[in-house]
Ligand binder design. Sequence first.
Ligand SMILES: *Cc1c(COP(=O)(O)O)cnc(C)c1O
Length: 499
Amino acid sequence: MAAKCSFPAKPFHVSTPSSIHIRERVGWFALKAKPAHLRLSNGFKARAGLNARLNEIEIPRQWYNLIADLSVKPPPPLHPKTFEPVKPEDLSPLFPYELIKQEATNDKFIDIPPEVLDIYSLWRPTPLIRAKRLEKVLNTPARIYYKYEGVSPAGSHKPNTAVPQVFYNAQEGVKNVVTETGAGQWGSSLAFACSLFDLGCEVWQVRASYDQKPYRRLMMETWGAKVHPSPSNITEAGSKILQMDPSSPGSLGIAISEAVEIAAANSDTKYCLGSVLNHVLMHQTVIGEECLRQMEAIGETPDVIIGCTGGGSNFAGLSFPFIREKLNGKISPLIRAVEPAACPSLTKGVYAYDYGDTAGMTPLMKMHTLGHDFIPDPIHAGGLRYHGMAPLISHVYELGFMEAIAIPQTECFQGAIQFARSEGLIPAPEPTHAIAATIREALHCRETGEEKVILMAMCGHGHFDLASYENFLHGKMIDLSFEEQKVQASLAKVPQVMT
Ligand SMILES: *Cc1c(COP(=O)(O)O)cnc(C)c1O
């Protein structure tokens, strides 16, 4: 076990004590409704509407750990060589002590450190918005709300976990962190967090995305990170892939192998993962805790909660606190995950122990998987390309607490265009899946006349993903038929683990 070290010499960029900072903050909107109405010289009076009420919500002070409330616990991760349950010391070359502890904890709530709250307050609380104009376009009696995480500096929910991960690494004296990134959202979030705590940051970006998305790379570089295309010749894992296929487009699984290899070989360097793991899902529950309070403040109760799933973190972040209330018998929403038809781990994968990466260096996790060397077709534009699903989401799905559907990408982008032309925001390719499923549900309500309350996770904006929009708008986007053969070949390589 890595010894708990003292704080690094450089001070944190903490400007004010967080409690003061947070109480004074009014949130995303510029006008504060209380205590006095702002009187402008033109006679305009700021009115306390829906959004003003939502701004009086404080940032939650604790993350929520769903595992504490499950009577059947998820199966443990296994060592990749011995197939024995992983011990904390097996993970210490990769993660700081506090995160290893959080990964395995049964505590129901974990306090968010003041330093992290202070940074959260740069963009939190995030807005909960009623999509009235979309409702009108769809002519639906349903009420649609979306929780928008695109207001963070990196443009998605990912900084919610990047900031605490970097904070704990800094606290334990780590000097550098390494990671993989696909679309670039996670790499830029980690680069942002490292810039706040003065840590070095190196990112292996999936080759296809490195070539197609120069602006995400430039964001990472602006925040001070070093970016390599993956597969790279820097690592053994990457060199092996390049020997077999010099023009490999790369995959998240390959990029994870590369970053893990570097972290394992350097004592001052740790690895960060942007999704899938328990502690990541837990950090994201700040979204759902905040949203519970926001819905309460406006007197609404969701009937359906919809989110997209890649590794599962934004979906878990919004839905887990609502699942807790459901387990307590307070509410009874349907909880629906939406995945791409081109990478359908929950709906078409097997529930089995599999590696988190392509080279088989990570622990084996019991999860819904398409096989650790599954590579989705590069023409799939919608993100959400990871071969597996978070073990905790997979477990919750097996327990029957949620459902899952897969939607093809052209329907997702049709939904995104409808959303952009009514609500204004241009969604990232990933939440277009949630939007398409929300539109399906709202149209169903139009048929039945039900006035359902639909709550959707709108986890990021698409300002750096406009190439996907170009494909769609110019008729160049096609739906891939699900590649049954490719998946069968990849599933054949899932290790046989007796449990
Ligand atoms: C990374 C990312 C996802 C997929 O990851 P999850 O862990 O499933 O949330 C979805 N949407 C956006 C905007 C992302 O950046």
